[in-house]
Structures are given as structure tokens and as C-alpha cells.
Design a protein around this ligand. Structure first.
Ligand code: HEC
Length: 111
């Protein structure tokens, strides 16, 4: 390899590093969300779809609808369930900070 090639490949590498996209700015932190989820784990499995008190949440965001079979899965729909609860699900609107909910949603998306 000539000096020139070494220089060229080094330059390429430097360019690649410089141009590589910065990690997407995420609203929530999934690792923190996992901690928030501890209080949900009493009623929800995170690692299976098996029902505990409420439906198992594994693969939640990969499903077509909520357990009601009607509501299309979206971040807004899931936030609404968490905020408003109902049917045995507590309402977390006042119980969690916005940031905690963002983290929670980020975590739920990893399931
Ligand atoms: C006391 C038990 C309990 C706790 C604690 C609880 N849930 Fe629930 N959750 C339920 C029940 C019961 C349902 C089913 C409600 C229904 O059928 O309408 C549910 C439904 C849900 C759903 C809708 C799932 C689907 O597929 O339709 C989501 C999402 C959810 N809970 C998330 C959470 C999160 C996140 C937390 C913690 C912040 C939490 N839950 C805490 C009992 C609980």
C-alpha cells in the first residue's frame, strides 16, 4: 500500500465517522422506563403475552390493536390507556411525571 492509499483510506474513515448520523434524539429513555414499569409489572407481564391482571405487554407496539380488538395501536392510544386506565387498570395521569411516561413508552416499544 502506498502512502497515498493509506492517507486516502484514513481520510475516508475520518469522513465516515464525521458523517455517520448522530443517534436519533429519543423522547424517552427505555432503560429508565424499565424502572418505571416495575409498578406495572404487578399486573402486566413484559416478557409474554400471557394475561396477569391485565394483558401481557410483550410485542405491544407490534400488534394491530389493543386487547379490545378495536383500538389501533399507536403511541397516542397507549398513552391514553396509561393516563386514563379503566377496567381494573389504574389511571396514571396524575401518578407519573411526563418524563416518566415518555421513558415508559420508549420501554414499551422495546418489548
Ligand atoms: C392493578 C393492576 C394494573 C396495574 C398496576 C397496571 N395495569 Fe395496565 N392494565 C390492567 C388491566 C386489568 C388492563 C385491561 C383493561 C381493559 O381490559 O380495558 C390493563 C391494560 C393495559 C394496557 C392495554 C393493553 C392492551 O393490549 O389493550 C396497557 C398498554 C397497560 N395496561 C399498560 C400499563 C402500564 C404501562 C402500567 C404501569 C404504569 C400499568 N398498565 C399498570 C391492570 C393494571
Amino acid at each position: 500500500m502506498s502512502i497515498r492509499n493509506v492517507f486516502a483510506s484514513g481520510l475516508c474513515l475520518a469522513l465516515f465517522v464525521a458523517l455517520a448520523p448522530a443517534p436519533a434524539q429519543k423522547a424517552g429513555d427505555a432503560a429508565k422506563g424499565k424502572e418505571v414499569f416495575e409498578q406495572c409489572g404487578v399486573c402486566h407481564n413484559a416478557d409474554s403475552e400471557e394475561k396477569k391482571m391485565g394483558p401481557g405487554l410483550k410485542g405491544l407496539f407490534k400488534k394491530a390493536t389493543l386487547a379490545d380488538g378495536k383500538t389501533k395501536i399507536s403511541e397516542a392510544a397507549v398513552r391514553k390507556v396509561v393516563d386514563q386506565g379503566g377496567n381494573g387498570m389504574p389511571a396514571y395521569e396524575e401518578m407519573l411525571e411526563k418524563k416518566e411516561k415518555d421513558d415508559l413508552i420508549a420501554y414499551l416499544k422495546t418489548l
